[in-house]
Design a binder for this molecule. Structure first.
Ligand SMILES: *Cc1c(COP(=O)(O)O)cnc(C)c1O
Length: 470
């Protein structure tokens, strides 16, 4: 049989021919001819490049038109999509942290499509303050005199430092010079805020007298940072908020709580976290915390505390660059109102509901899902129900974990190619129409069901598993 000659670029159809193809008529109708033309040009350029690289391609116009259509569908599909978080980390930063309650979603939708009194005082008929929509609730729930909100807690810390200690010294314990993950490293934030970091004490032990020395050295602010994602154990000493407050009588004491619980979590059987209210009562002048960690709301950074200091922070021109939009404010306001009734909170606030689910309930769910998944994966992996530990995540209580249950998937076919088999298994779950994110641990692929609320939805995904991509 004669070897087929490789097509030349001249065999490719023109852009006009491609755009005029019947298969692309509905795309021209839906997305406009210029957009389809651009996409067709990209597909032809790609085909030409592959051809010149010696690869086999189709040059048939109808077939290329189908490729253009597929490319447009990919471009038009949203990039940000819901996933199943079965990673075992409840407040997973990479997966968007706290899921919002329906009250927040309704509040967001209501203001999203209509004008709103964002900076307008309806009663007075004049300009208002955007933070007024949440300030009184934040004060009520924390006992603070005043409150201010920005884009996230990193912004809150940056703004606080820049407003109160520009070109001045800020004292921080060496044991608290944390990196929270991503690009939030306290020394870097400090430098960008224009402050001079005064390191106090040692990595494992810092004493009151170390802070006294720092104050004598001219510290204009003391910052205490909650060691969110690690624990200093062994021969350690730290200076607690009330002792710091007594020492820092003449300079502000700010505490970055990170997660910042608004209620005592131990009442729900969770490991205790310092609350914002008790930190203020202990003598902090200002407390910063996130909106989307233990609070269970939208991404936001919150500063509460002394009125005079909050006013100074609010006057910083950077506040304008870091402010919240109306949609986030609406969500935050709705979530704060749920805190009026702490009794109902685990039922109504998704983050707390997930954190407080019992191991028994999760195990029962795993047992219901085990058989259908095992059947689907019959020649690929064994599926067992196992006990595991979930993490709260987002730096809250890093060493504390919550007993949970998982579906453990063990690839069949021995240990030899286990690593590759686990990777393929994880990839096939990520490739589902609603991607499923699990975690690999000790030779098994784990689906921790603590965060699974839509059980039928997950079961429905199993049929779509592409188990032949091996
Ligand atoms: C999480 C955290 C931050 C950063 O908060 P974001 O809301 O993620 O910007 C800052 N400080 C501490 C102690 C944290 O735990």
């Amino acid at each position: 049989m004669a070897k087929k000659a490789k097509p030349s670029p001249a065999a490719l159809p023109s852009v006009e021919r491609l755009v005029g193809d019947a298969a692309l008529a509905p795309f021209c109708e839906a997305f406009g001819r210029p957009f389809v033309t651009d996409t067709a040009r990209e597909v032809i350029a790609e085909a030409r490049a592959r051809l010149l690289a010696g690869k086999d391609i189709v040059t048939d116009a109808d077939a290329l038109a189908v490729q253009v259509g597929a490319h447009i569908e990919t471009l038009m599909a949203p990039s940000l999509v819901p996933v199943f978080n079965l990673s075992g980390t409840v407040l997973h930063t990479n997966l968007g942290r706290a899921p919002l309650p329906p009250e927040a979603v309704a509040a967001m939708a209501a203001v999203a499509t209509a004008p709103a009194n964002l900076e307008y005082d309806i009663a007075a008929g004049k300009r208002g303050e955007r933070d007024d929509h949440v300030e009184s609730w934040l004060c009520r729930l924390t006992g603070a005199e005043a409150a201010l909100v920005v884009n996230n807690n990193a912004a809150a810390v940056l703004l606080l430092l820049n407003s109160l200690a520009l070109r001045k010294k800020v004292a921080v314990s060496r044991g608290e010079l944390v990196e929270i993950g991503g690009a939030f490293r306290l020394p870097d934030i400090m430098a960008r805020a224009g402050c001079k970091l005064l390191e106090v004490g040692t990595t494992n032990r810092t004493h009151g007298r170390d802070f006294t020395a720092a104050l004598e050295d001219g510290a204009a602010l003391i910052l205490k940072v909650h060691p969110s994602n690690y624990q200093v154990a062994g021969f350690t000493a730290e200076v607690d908020t009330s002792e710091l407050a007594a020492l820092a009588a003449d300079v502000p004491l700010a505490v970055d709580l990170g997660s910042g619980a608004l209620v005592d979590l131990s009442r729900y059987g969770l490991p205790p976290e310092p609350t914002v209210a008790e930190t203020l009562r202990a003598g902090a002048d200002l407390v910063t915390f996130s909106g989307d960690k233990l609070l269970g709301g939208p991404q936001a950074g919150i500063i509460v505390g002394r009125r005079d200091l909050i006013d100074r922070i609010r006057r910083n021109p950077m506040k304008r660059a870091l402010r919240l939009d109306k949609i986030t404010l609406a969500a935050l306001g709705a979530v704060l109102r749920l805190y009026a009734n702490p009794e109902q909170l685990p039922a109504r606030l998704p983050a707390l509901r997930l954190l407080t689910r019992s191991e028994d309930e999760i195990r029962a769910q795993a047992e219901r899902l085990q058989a259908p998944l095992a059947e689907r994966l019959s020649k690929i992996a064994e599926v067992q129900v196992v006990t595991c530990m979930s993490q709260i995540g987002s730096g809250a209580l890093p060493v504390e974990t919550l007993p949970s249950a998982a579906l453990a998937l063990m690839p069949l076919g021995g240990k030899r190619q286990l690593g590759g088999a686990l990777k393929r298994l994880a990839a096939s779950f990520r490739a589902l129409p609603q991607p499923v994110i699990g975690r690999t641990s000790d030779g098994v692929f784990l689906l921790d069901l603590r965060c699974l609320e839509d059980e039928d939805g997950l079961r429905g995904q199993f049929a779509h598993l592409d188990i032949n991509n091996r």
